[in-house]
Design a protein around this ligand. Sequence first.
Ligand code: FAD
Length: 456
Amino acid sequence: RVSVVLYTSDLRLHDHPPLRAALGSADAVVPLFVRDDAIAAAGFTTPNRQAFLADCLSLLDAGLRERGGRLVVRSGDVVDQVGRVAAEAGADEVHLAAGVSAYAARREERLRRALEAAGRRLHVHDAVITALAPGAVAPAAADHFAVFTPYFRRWSGQRLREVLGAPRTVPVPDRIGSEPLPTAAGLPGVSPGLAAGGEAEGRKRLAAWLRGGLDAYEDRHDDLAGDATSRLSPHLHFGTLSPVELVHRARRHGGPGADAFVRQLAWRDFHHQVLAARPDAAAVDYRTRHDRWRTEATAGDEIAAWKEGRTGYPLIDAAMRQLLYEGWMHNRARLLTASFLSKTLYVDWRIGARHFLELLVDGDIANNQLNWQWVAGTGTDSRYNRILNPLVQARRYDPDGEYVRRWVPELAALAGPLVHEPWKLPHPARAGYGYPAPVVDLADGLTRFRRARGLD
Ligand code: FAD
């Protein structure tokens, strides 16, 4: 007997229920990845994620080869390709990790129908992409939790499945042809400081994090210059690390740092369960506030300045330049820059979310769109009137200005916290730095936002 394992956002061998189930019921398995035309057509295969994905596929193939197998890669329509590979291999089952987006739901439905029409079965596995399946816990009168705290309480009380080791061997039938693996070399538009992808890389990072970062996480996770978060988000996005394994290992490690880290992993599950229940929240306001957002037509120059990291607010610009350079940004910086765009500049959150998705290596519909909505005050959060002041945030999270000096070289010669307020320099000296004046007065931005929301 032969089974096909269709890989999507779960590019690993460790703790992989679909692969384990396939190996349990078949003599040979075809691990398949389809470069899906529909995902490319939706503009989701951006340079940074393509480069990271190429690393993931290459290391997945290497891991399979060590176990006597290999990865099969095809491109085209995912349902056609799975059908073809299953027919070539004589497979009677296909295994797949459950997804949460509207697209994943459609893909699953189309696959099920096409496979059943050909006399084959589709097995969909939960708790592969999230620690707890969306819908596993729900409030009494609704299909999902809209507020994190009660969700987290219920989430924390659930027993997660046990962690599965990587299989020793993965026998693959000989006759199944594969396209060459995609490569990251020469891809245009990749951020110069992009991290490397792949399961072996993710496991190395995880080991280092458990050894050297986790204990200080609670105290240091908001310290921008200290860069003291796990940076595991791209590995969670591509599934080179298992969220179930992360929760178990952090809990076993124990302590306040581990508790705080597990809470963040629960935020990830929380957003996934919101999106699964409300797929429209990827594009429309979860809660309408009757905003009449500014857009490219009315705030084009300010939007361009925000994207390019030249708003004249050093902390905002540092963060936006980190995004351009690394394809990644610290959570505190994401909160700040998103608040600045959607509230201080009062620009439609979708414009910011699209820019983030274009660059973020961990760019993810559930986490990105719903975090943007949360910051914009259109999401599940009720504190829709809160606005973050970049200067107050600078004092708190980059008190010496080290983060700004790292990313805004024009200002690197300014010592101490003065780096956050270059407009305080006397005029001739200020001109010498070649750094722009603020695109907006913070008080004006606050007034505009409060009026627009009907808060004054
Ligand atoms: P750590 O602090 O080490 O946290 C561990 C893990 O917990 C992260 O890897 C992530 O999977 C999860 N996590 C942490 N914070 C959050 C959160 N607020 N919501 C959901 N999950 C969280 N995260 C993405 O993975 N993809 C995105 O596209 C994304 N877009 C965002 C956009 C905005 C406007 C904001 C405010 C946040 C966004 N986040 C996104 C959440 C968060 O900023 C990142 O997950 C985090 O910065 C990744 O760094 P880390 O792995 O070092 O996180």
